[in-house]
Each structure stands twice: as C-alpha cells, then as structure tokens.
Design a protein around this ligand. Structure first.
Ligand SMILES: Cc1cc2nc3c(=O)[nH]c(=O)nc-3n(C[C@H](O)[C@H](O)[C@H](O)COP(=O)(O)O)c2cc1C
Length: 477
C-alpha cells in the first residue's frame, strides 16, 4: 500500500511540477534517456547539437557513489573535479539518475551532484539481472513503502527536484495508483516506460501507450513517454496518443543521433557548423545528396562524435567501451553488410590486446590513440559508403527509390550509408526476415510507392521485438 505521510515543506523553496518543467528545463519535448555507458558527456554534447532538449546521465549506483572510498567509481560515474559534467554552458539541462534502495545512501549521493544538475532521478525501471541481484530498478516495484521513502527523502531534503522513471504494471489501474503514489511522494516529473518488467531481451515487444495515457490523465506533474520511438514521425504520434509532455528515447537515438532533427530542419552540416569546436563535415556529394536532415550519413555523425571525444579541451573523456558501443550502433547499417567483415572486426578489436591499426605509442599523447583508430575506421567506412552512393546517384535514384520495406514489420530500410534505427524481429520470424531483407536491399523497392512511418501501426509493428540491448560481441563474431 502507498504510504500517506504528510509531506514536509522543503527547506528552501524550489520550483515544482510544471513551474520547474517550464522555467528551469525550458519545456523539453525531446529527451535523451539515461543509458549506462552510452549517455555520457561526449554523447550528450552531440545530442544537444542535434536537438535534444533534456538529457539524463547513465544510472549511477548510489551505494558506491556515496562511499568516499570508491574514488575511481565516483570519477567515472560523474566527474565532479573536472567541472564539465553539468556545467551550465556545456551540459544542461541535465538530470542525474541514481539506482538505489536506501534513502540515506541516495540522499548522500544526490547531495554530491545537486549543484551540478537540474534534478535527480530515481531508476525504478531497470529489469536486468544485475538490478535483481542488487535489488533496485524495476525490482523495487513491489515495495511501494521504500520507493515512497526514497523519493520523499530527496523531495524534503534536496535543493533541487526529484523525478522518477518507472515501468508499468500489466493492469492500467495499478499503474495509475503507482504513478499517483510517486507523485504524492514528491516526484516532480514522471517518466513512464510503457513496458512491464518482463518485457526485455527477446520479449521486449511494444510499449503500451494506453498505460502512459492513463498515467498522464491521472497526475498533475509533467509526464514523459518512453518506448516505441524509432523514427522522427513516431514522436508526434506518441505525444498525440499519450498526451505526454515529451518523449524520452534511448535505442532509436543511439542508432540515429539525429532522431530529433525533423525533416524540415536545417541540414546536418548547418547544425553542426554552428559549433565553433566542430569543423563542418567535409561535403561528400553523393552521400549528402542522397540523405535527409533526419537521416544524415552515419559516418558524419560518427566523425562529429569522435571530434568531440578527441577535442583537446574536453577533459572528461568517455571510456573505450562507450565509444565502441556508439561506433557499432551508429555504423551498423554499413558494418552489418556483407563485404564489411574486415572493418567490423577491426572495430571490435580496437583496444583489445593491442589490436587495430594504431598502437598505444601513436598519436596525440593524450591516451586517446584508440579513438583515433576509430576515426581511421570511420574514414574507411565513409570511402566505401561514398562509392556505393556514387554508384546509385547516376542511375537517377532518390531516397524514395532507394528505401526498401522490411517485409516483417513494414518499417523503412533506408540506404545503408544513412543513420537509421535498428529493429529486430521476434525470434521465430528472424530467419525468414533476414533472408528476405537481403533481397530487398537498396534499389529493389518499387518505384512510386510512398509510405509513411505510420505504417508502423497495427499488426506489422506488433512483430517487432525491440530488444533493449545487443552485446557488441554479436556484431563482432
Ligand atoms: C544501452 C542502454 C542503456 C540503458 N541504461 C539505462 C539506465 O542507465 N537507466 C534507465 O533508467 N534505463 C536505461 N535504459 C533503458 C532506457 O532508458 C529506456 O527506458 C528503454 O530503452 C526504452 O526506451 P527505447 O524504446 O527508446 O529504447 C537503457 C537502455 C539502453 C538501450
């Protein structure tokens, strides 16, 4: 049962609910999700340049972060001494997310970052085995008393607001009661991931917008909807169906960092050239001619990300694992293709036992030799992609004629030099789809057939098993 403790007034007045959402956060509609090893500072910088309006840090373990002896963990989770993470001119609006099951540890951790972010979020949604073992995330879903105490402790004692990200229950009624309990406890933004705890891995499936809509109707604080966003057009559809204030996106944004850039927006080169620290991407006629603002060449995104990682003034460098994860996801449309095995393997080998083209002694003296190795790989991918795009251009192809349809899902498969979502189909369908998709690659689509991403609706989309993660080793193997 939800506790009904009377709320104490916070020691100092802080903005709450919509006042906080509008005045401090600027009414964000496009939100990048908390992602372990993926929503790190360099990715956040790239994401903001590409339209993200609010970003969450990866989940931080409150028990470790609050322990003064975990110096290394602290520095890697949120680097306070470098002063870059959460800096007002570089990394805001920012919400720092914690995984916790102890109000005192959570408060101690939150206090360390309260001057460096706009709010602190509690992870109530992680369904992974590690969360089960550590008793946090979605495995707290049944202990409402504890959740109430954690939220209320921050609400009462912290200078900044507390927010919560949670998964739904199978029943809409219970989900609504749960959300109302979170609100009563003091959460000032609720992010509703429209999947139940068991929807993970091969069972991920679709998020329920009906649950999110019911939550939105039942609470007074802003609600962010999470789930099912693969293409830009999905965003408006999600907002219309759920009534939510904004969408939070994870995987779709990792595969296409330009997800929030609508088709009507400036081309990517214009957006990126606004930043003095990033050289405008080299114009590459064929690939850019056969691209769109929402689906730029993935090599351009990868190069821009690496230029942020390697920027001499950036002190808070991401770990190799994060950068490798981004490379595999961004470049997937290329690296997943036949004939790209060499670069796929080379990407996997970077930093492993001295593998890759560069050695530790080479380049820069900043210890980032492996990031330069990724850059070399991206240049090689770009050369091959440009050759493919050049071959398509004289034949008079357009994006439309080069866009195929995934036979199992009805989703668009864009030319393989463009950033785009990666969707997996349910296990039993997988073999058939992979074979058919192979036949449908570039140029095979019927000319004149135009479709919108709204084809995602209905039964075709229900086949999509949108896994939360895929180990990179799968791609390397
Ligand atoms: C690589 C990766 C890391 C994630 N890490 C976190 C995390 O640290 N905290 C969290 O609450 N959710 C985490 N998630 C879940 C996402 O925030 C999001 O709820 C989920 O992926 C559904 O959104 P999507 O359909 O847009 O991918 C992670 C997801 C991915 C793909």
């Amino acid at each position: 049962m939800a506790p009904h403790t009377t709320l104490q007034a916070p020691a100092t007045r802080k903005l709450a609910g919509y006042e906080f959402y509008r005045e401090v956060l600027g009414s964000p509609k496009y939100v990048v999700a908390p992602m372990v090893d993926q929503s790190e500072l360099a990715w956040r910088i790239l994401s903001r340049r590409l339209g993200a309006q609010l970003i969450y840090t990866p989940m931080i373990n409150a028990k470790m972060f609050s322990s003064p002896s975990s110096t290394r963990y602290r520095l890697s989770a949120f680097n306070l001494p470098n002063t870059e993470e959460g800096h007002p001119s570089l990394d805001r609006p920012l919400i720092v997310q914690f995984a916790a099951n102890d109000p005192a540890q959570l408060l101690a951790s939150a206090r360390l970052v309260e001057d460096r972010c706009d709010a602190v979020d509690i992870n109530l949604g992680c369904p992974q085995d590690i969360a089960k073992r550590g008793r946090y995330g979605a495995f707290l879903q049944d202990d409402w008393e504890l959740i109430y105490q954690m939220i209320n402790t921050l609400h009462t004692n912290l200078k900044i607001p507390v927010t919560a990200k949670f998964r739904i229950f199978p029943s809409i009624e219970k989900t609504v009661q749960y959300a109302q309990m979170l609100e009563r406890a003091g959460a000032q933004i609720l992010t509703c991931h429209g999947r139940v705890r068991e929807q993970r891995g091969q069972n991920t499936g679709l998020a329920s917008y009906a649950h999110i809509a019911a939550v939105k109707r039942a609470v007074r604080v802003p609600v962010l909807a999470n789930g099912n966003i693969l293409f830009h057009a999905d965003i408006e559809r999600c907002l219309a169906e759920t009534g939510a204030d904004g969408v939070m996106c994870a995987e779709g944004q990792l595969y296409n960092a330009a997800l929030f850039v609508g088709e009507g927006s400036s081309p990517l080169s214009t957006i990126l050239s606004h930043s003095p620290s990033t050289p405008a991407p080299t114009p590459i006629p064929a690939m850019h001619a056969l691209s769109t603002a929402a689906h730029p060449p993935h090599t351009t995104l990868a190069q821009t990300y690496l230029s942020i990682v390697l920027h001499p003034t950036l002190k808070t460098k991401p770990p190799l694992s994060a950068v490798k994860g981004h490379m595999f996801k961004l470049l997937r449309p290329a690296l997943g293709r036949p004939g790209m095995e060499d670069l796929r393997e080379r990407t996997g080998r970077v930093g492993v036992g001295g593998g890759g083209g560069r050695s530790r002694g080479e380049g820069g003296g900043d210890g980032m030799w492996w990031a330069r190795e990724f850059l070399d790989i991206v240049w090689e991918v770009e050369k091959r992609m440009e050759a493919d795009a050049s071959a398509a251009l004289p034949a008079g192809h357009t994006i439309q004629t080069l866009t195929a349809t995934d036979p199992a899902t009805g989703l668009d498969i864009l030319p393989h030099w463009l950033a785009q979502p990666y969707f997996r189909v349910a296990k039993e369908k997988k073999e058939v789809v992979e074979v058919e998709a192979e036949v449908l690659v570039v140029g095979e689509k019927d000319k004149g057939v135009t479709r919108s991403p709204l084809v995602l609706d209905g039964i075709k989309r229900a086949m999509v098993a949108h896994e939360a993660r895929e180990p990179e080793s799968v791609l390397v193997a």
